[in-house]
Write a protein that binds this ligand. Sequence first.
Ligand code: ADP
Ligand code: NI
Length: 216
Amino acid sequence: MKNWIESAADFVKQRFTNEYSGHDYWHIVRVVNNAKYLVAHEENVDADLVELSAWLHDVGDHKFFDGDEAKGHAFVRQWMVGAAMPEMDIERVMQVISEVSFKGAHVQDKPTSKEAQIVQDADRLDAIGALGIARAFAFGGSRDRLMYDPGVAAEQHDSFEAYKNGKGTTVNHFYEKLLLLKDRMHTDTARKLAEERHRFMEQFLDRFYREWEGEV
Ligand code: ADP
Ligand code: NI
């Protein structure tokens, strides 16, 4: 798999250069770096599979294919076929990236391989903390979402359809996803890193509401 890591990195750099929804090229770079860090603290992990999957994890994301996950997966698979990767390796990467996404507060999403668990942890570390806050508001702005509306309650989605089609505010997204992530980490290293990032989001929200009310 090593042979394909560099071309995947080049491909992703081109593809995500004009992406401003918080899923930009630097998000992918941070996820790759997080993933390598987590691998270094684990045993018996296929490091190349993790790295290649981290580079490719958002290429086929449903958000870039009008919510059509199958279309997104077909696209990333096609890139691997075009790069002449062996079918067996393509299957392994597809297994990892198809298990990474968050699909709603009440939807089970535990990946079945250690490699997929690491990529999911790495992706989710970048969804929380200061970077997570920045990305959420960038995403919200790119999708015409209000920052906050005191009259719109957060939802706990029961299905991927309901989660994808939710029209809530960016502040609601913290309750619908971001604040749930720390308890869904799989590796000890990510769980530890998530704690401080989680606390920072709680502090941010606390100040946000106080400033909203004109208290500070
Ligand atoms: P995953 O990376 O697990 O597939 P998503 O694609 O749903 O998860 O979301 C990735 C990131 O995009 C989130 O962590 C967040 O920063 C941003 N995002 C997604 N949906 C929303 C939303 N409704 N409001 C604000 N930000 C969002
Ligand atoms: Ni991602």
